[in-house]
Design a protein around this ligand. Structure first.
Ligand SMILES: [Zn+2]
Length: 297
């Protein structure tokens, strides 16, 4: 069967749903322009494009579960051709991401792409210095399997994900046990067995409403209004200046002498930050002031 959704309101949208009679909630996401914007920065091989799309869909689904303003970063580091993949999503559903790969990337599956490695999930809350980070080995033969094993190992709420990317859009479905309701293993089994019948073409092509009807037509499901998802980088001149300060005055001065100015291109969005000699001087005069004070103490 061929599914096609023309409803523009479903593009780049995340929607939450709950089962009225069961302690289970879910989220559904379609990424269209959001995913394609991330692909503009690099000429990614097709399998890398798809993996980046799936990871972006996963990050959007997971960050939508945050109970505070902040962001989630998913980072995959592996021994395969794709040695690094980073996706960040804010609680306001602003996404950015990139992947790095070596050599030829064939039509490889997940493990063929990333090899043995690890998945790091970092959760940051706005305005708080401490961050929560957990690292799990890449497991199973898909990104969703690796993420699910993270939830199992960290004794978080039972969570399942279905992810797919291709033909210009990336999509995902997440199911999670309700945090404040009595656990119900039968209910969880019931909804996950139904969800496992989902075909990739359905996940890509159906609207949230059609998909819920297709999967859970016997259950009473309430679908909430959609929230827009967008590609937006969190880079800023302040962050670039922090990075340059951490390189040290001597190092930055040597770049300045070589090139007359210091240009830094954001790896995520391609935006260029350009600093001249005066900018660099004021950058480090602030830094020197701080270190002079710290010597006094
Ligand atoms: Zn940027």
């Amino acid at each position: 069967m061929f599914y096609h959704h023309d409803d523009m309101s479903e593009h780049d949208t995340l929607r939450r749903f709950i089962f009225e009679e069961l302690p289970v909630q879910g989220r559904h996401v379609h990424l269209d322009a959001t995913w394609r914007a991330a692909l503009e920065r690099q000429d990614y091989p097709a399998p890398v494009r798809a993996l980046l799309g799936e990871t972006m869909a996963a990050a959007a689904l997971l960050s939508a579960t945050l109970k505070f303003e902040g962001n989630i970063t998913l980072q995959i580091q592996g021994a395969g051709p794709v040695h690094l993949l980073v996706v960040q999503c804010t609680s306001g559903l602003k996404l950015r991401g990139l992947a790095r790969w070596n050599g030829e990337v064939g039509a490889a599956d997940f493990r063929g792409l990333v090899g043995d490695g690890r998945l790091t999930m970092t959760i940051e809350q706005n305005g708080k210095a401490e961050r929560y980070q957990s690292i799990v080995p890449l497991e199973g033969d898909s990104l969703s399997a690796s993420l699910e094993s993270y939830f199992e190992r960290s004794e978080q709420l039972a969570t399942r994900l279905w992810l797919t990317a291709g033909d210009g859009s990336a999509s995902g479905l997440l199911l999670q046990v309700m945090p404040d309701r009595k656990a119900d293993a039968d209910a969880w089994q019931h909804v996950t067995v139904l969800s496992d019948t989902l075909k990739q073409s359905e996940l890509t092509g159906l609207s949230a409403q059609e998909l819920l009807r297709r999967l859970y037509n016997e259950d009473d499901v309430r679908l909430f209004e959609g929230a827009p998802v967008a590609f937006r980088c969190q880079c800023s001149r302040d962050r670039i200046e922090d990075t340059l300060r951490s390189l040290g005055h001597a190092e930055v001065d040597s770049i300045l002498r070589e090139q007359g100015r210091v240009d830094v291109d954001c790896e995520f969005c391609g935006k260029r930050y350009s600093l001249d000699a005066v900018d660099i001087e004021s950058l480090f005069s602030g830094g020197l002031h701080v270190s002079a004070n710290s010597i006094k103490h």
